[in-house]
Every structure is written in structure tokens, then in C-alpha cells.
Design a protein around this ligand. Structure first.
Ligand code: NAD
Length: 332
């Protein structure tokens, strides 16, 4: 298949090129993200390969459909960026990579917690300036804390196991309980109870109409004072303005986010020479107890390799007209 690859980064190209010699596909790597202005680049291709911030909305899908490009391979797990109703109406076939090293994301959530707990990001800078003062570096133990996990699918499950290993009490909320986790000692609770009991809360559910602004003013009010809130899932699970208020009142004691509600026009680019226009992220960056990474939780060698392998498998199935193992459908 001729594949138009959008939002290309050097690490994508490197990882996918390693697999290309074993497959009969031709890739055109485009740096721009997919939107209604760039969709025309897909002309003459059989499929597009897109990432989390490539929007497959009605306009883009209509343009692609007019060009006869109706195969989409998402090189990510989440598919909230796709208008599935329109895609189905236009006859698109859409596949994703449902799980690629869930441990990569779970371990990044742990990295955020550990960094916030022990302030290693501050210690690193201090020591490099020959400053060995320990003032202001008092941390807290993670062992013995109650960790609340919202969403115990592939990533949430890996995260629960890590936190059990550290010696946390792990409580969870999911619309579907996981028996294996229960046997390991994870207690499922209603969301309200999880919010009031957790010292650390980590979000691992998908973004959809039920979970949009799951963490809002009311839910933040239910949390323990000084709670550690971690989001490696999707930015809009947290209402940014509400969490800023909760940081100001110290309700949220630490915030670690790899995803941000308005990340779409911000992340995955070097913007160091630009004037930052986004007031919310600018405010978030002023808090000493906020740690932000730019959607890198997935970025390990192992995960990139898995993403490439599964995407090639998805392409093979699409080309063969075979049953699609990783098809994304409306209400699925
Ligand atoms: P998954 O589908 O395996 O698990 C999601 C879990 O959330 C399921 O158990 C599901 O039942 C649960 N869930 C659904 N709706 C819920 C609700 N309303 N309340 C509570 N739980 C709910 O997905 P996953 O592979 O574990 O990934 C989770 C999310 O992580 C993805 O949707 C994606 O947005 C995000 N993600 C982020 C990165 C990153 O780099 N930061 C990488 C991969 C995935």
C-alpha cells in the first residue's frame, strides 16, 4: 500500500523504516499534522497513518473520501480524535494499535510521581550549580500511601501492579472490574469513594463524552487536601481552570501531567523561540509542584517497535481485505 504518514518525527521514521524492508508498502513521510489544509497531501495514496493530534473530523474525512483514501491506520491507542460516525457513514476502515507496551505509559506515570515526591528535577539543577543545600527538598514516601487508579485497562493494570510493588494500598474505579487485579489486592470502589480516600490519583481511562472533564471543580473538592494528581491519559479528562484553582488553594499538592487539555497546537514541536499564548499552561508552569511532560509517556524503544509492528500488521490485513484484528468502530 502507498501510505501517507502524517505528523512524522525522526523517531517514527527510524522505527517504521526498520520494518519497511520486510513489507511491500511504500511510505511518504509528511511532517505536518493532518487537518483540512494538509489532507490533500494524501492524494494518490491508499492509506493514511496518523497520530493523536491528527484530527479525523468531518472535513478531513470528507476530503480523504473524495480522494478515495479510505484506509486509516492510527499509530496510537486512543481514537477520540476520530469522528467515528462520519467515518462509518463514508465507509472508512480504521485500525489502531490497542496496546503497545502499556508498561511504558505506566512507568512514566510512576516517573512523574517519583519526581514530584523527591524533587529530583530540582535537585538535578541545584547540584549542577554546585548548590548542595537540601533546603526545600523534603519529599514524601510513596510506600504506604493509598493510590486511586481510574481506568484499569492495559495501562491502568500495569500501573496498579507497579504501585502494589511499591507498597501502596491500591484502590480503583472502572466501569468494568478486572478480576486479576482484585486477586492481587486491588479494591474497586465507586468513584466518589476513590476520590475521598486517595493520596495519589492516576488517570488511565479513555477520553469520551462520559469522561470529558471527569476531574472538575466538584470532583476536586471531594479529594483529600494535598492530593497528588497524575494524568498520562488525555488532557481533557482534567478541567485545566479547575485544577489551577485547586493548586492555588493547595487542595492539589502535586500535579504531574503528560497530557494537557489544549495540547493540540502546542505539543510535539520546539516552540522555545515563540511567545507562549496559552494562559492556562503558562499558569500551570508557575507552580513549583507541577511537573509537565509533552506527551512522551509512550516514547520508549520497546513501544515504538510495537507500534510499528502492529501498524504493519494492520496494513497487511487492510490490503488483504481480511478480518481486522484492531478495527475501531462506533460504540466499540
Ligand atoms: P484500555 O482500553 O486498555 O483501558 C481503558 C480502561 O478505562 C478500560 O478498563 C475501560 O473499562 C475504562 N473506562 C472506560 N470508560 C471509563 C469511565 N467512564 N470511567 C472509568 N473507567 C473507564 O486503554 P489503555 O491502553 O489502558 O489506555 C488508556 C488511555 O491512555 C488511552 O485511552 C489513551 O488516551 C492514553 N494513552 C496515553 C499515552 C501517552 O503517551 N500519554 C499512550 C497511550 C495511551
Amino acid at each position: 500500500m502507498k501510505v501517507a504518514f502524517f505528523s512524522t518525527k525522526s523517531y517514527d521514521k527510524q522505527s517504521f523504516n526498520e520494518f519497511l524492508p520486510d513489507h511491500n508498502h511504500e511510505f511518504t513521510y509528511f511532517e505536518p499534522k493532518l487537518d483540512s489544509n494538509t489532507a490533500a497531501l494524501a492524494e494518490g495514496h491508499d492509506a493514511i497513518c496518523s497520530f493523536v493530534n491528527d484530527h479525523l473530523d468531518e472535513r478531513v474525512l470528507t476530503k480523504l473520501s473524495e480522494m478515495g483514501v479510505k484506509n486509516v491506520v492510527l499509530r496510537c491507542a486512543g481514537y477520540n480524535q476520530v469522528d467515528l460516525e462520519k467515518a462509518e457513514e463514508l465507509g472508512f476502515k480504521i485500525c489502531r494499535v490497542p496496546a503497545y507496551s502499556p508498561e511504558a505509559v505506566a512507568e512514566h506515570a510512576l516517573a512523574l510521581i517519583m519526581t514530584l515526591a523527591r524533587k529530583t528535577h530540582k535537585a538535578y539543577n541545584r547540584v549542577r550549580e554546585n548548590n548542595y543545600s537540601l533546603e526545600g527538598l523534603t519529599g514524601f514516601n510513596i510506600n504506604g500511601k493509598t493510590t486511586g487508579v481510574i481506568g484499569t485497562g492495559a495501562i491502568g493494570k500495569a500501573f496498579c501492579k507497579i504501585m502494589l510493588g511499591i507498597g501502596c494500598e491500591v484502590i480503583a474505579y472502572d466501569i468494568k472490574e478486572n478480576e486479576e487485579l482484585k486477586e492481587l489486592g486491588v479494591r474497586y470502589l465507586p468513584l466518589d469513594e476513590l476520590l475521598t480516600q486517595s493520596d495519589i490519583i492516576s488517570l488511565h481511562c479513555p477520553l469520551n463524552s462520559d469522561t470529558y472533564h471527569l476531574i472538575n471543580k466538584q470532583r476536586l473538592a471531594q479529594m483529600k487536601g494535598g492530593v497528588v494528581l497524575i494524568n498520562t491519559s488525555r488532557g481533557a479528562l482534567i478541567e485545566s481552570k479547575a485544577v489551577i484553582q485547586a493548586l492555588k488553594t493547595k487542595k492539589v499538592g502535586n500535579l504531574g501531567i503528560d497530557v494537557y487539555e489544549q495540547e493540540e497546537d502546542l505539543f510535539f514541536q520546539n516552540r522555545s523561540e515563540e511567545i507562549l499564548q496559552d494562559e492556562d499552561i503558562a499558569r500551570l508552569m508557575t507552580f513549583p509542584n507541577v511537573l509537565i511532560t509533552g506527551h512522551q509517556a509512550f516514547l520508549t524503544k520497546e513501544a515504538l517497535s510495537q507500534i510499528s509492528a502492529t501498524t504493519f500488521r494492520n496494513l497487511e490485513e487492510l490490503e488483504a481485505g481480511a478480518e481486522l484484528t484492531n478495527e475501531v468502530k462506533k460504540n466499540k
